[in-house]
Ligand binder design. Sequence first.
Ligand SMILES: [Zn+2]
Length: 339
Amino acid sequence: MPLCPLRQVLDEARKGAYGVGAYNVNNMEQIQAIMQAARDTASPLIIQASRGALEYTNFTYLKHLMMAAVEDNPDLPIVLHLDHGPNLDLCKKAIAIGFTSVMIDGSIDYDVTTAAGKHPARSLEDNIRVSKEVVDYAHARGVSVEGELGTLGGIEEDTKTDKVLLTEPDEVEQFCAETGVDALALAIGTSHGAYKFKTEPVLALELITECRKRAPDTAFVMHGSSSVPKELVDEVNKYGGNMPGAMGVPIPAIQEGIKRGIQKINVDTDGRLVVTAAIRKVFVEKPEVFDPRKYLGPGRAALAELIASKMRDFGTAGHAADYQPKTLDEMKAFYAGQG
Ligand SMILES: [Zn+2]
């Protein structure tokens, strides 16, 4: 089975009224765990890598790990997606190594850093311009594109945003019509990282409903959608961690988001947490252990279980055999017919 375009996976998810998780990876154990979860639950899946992950793995290593996942799982629809592409250059690089989908995050100007070490938000016009450039390049090769409107709070990799701006439905209509993106990340109050809320989660879920009306043909994406379960944070802290007050997006809020029109759900922090908890536990309970397999292995097993539960919660489970992946050539013809 060839790799799957993001567009197809999200179109299928809309038809079936379920969500598909996009899981960040940067090493072998994470990739194996996510594939295990997809096999166990018969789920289509999106593996995504950020610029930081690609740099950490020198591109080549991550590329081959991802390809190994595909070779090892010929019966699963798998999307390889670039998370938060900062510019056309990196999108091109990702497409060159075989990614079937890229995100261009045109909401922030990554090429400019302020005195405070932050990246400024871009104007709507500038965002449309850089996003459209990527859409033209990617669609000509059959590759799907995700854009972003509004800014998400929190810290992702080395990216610190100035301020949080919720997505404006009027802008969604214009952005989707003018860029032709396949998917759009909405800013509805989620943020990246483990500390999303101070007291209780507040999300502008009604924004999704409004945006859905304005852009009926575009898939919507929720970033920063880890749940940061209290049991996991407690486990990290119990074994010597220090994460006071970490809080995420509860699963029922994500399920409500899916009902209102979200198809792609980005999850990174929860995976980091579960692996950290498992490794800390081994270090505390078995201080004699020094074989990395003896602590990375339990981390991998715990991650597989966590991702499988998300695949069930998002409604992805059981949909792996619903369709045959389209080739990038077929997608190329599809986009050419649209234009
Ligand atoms: Zn994100």
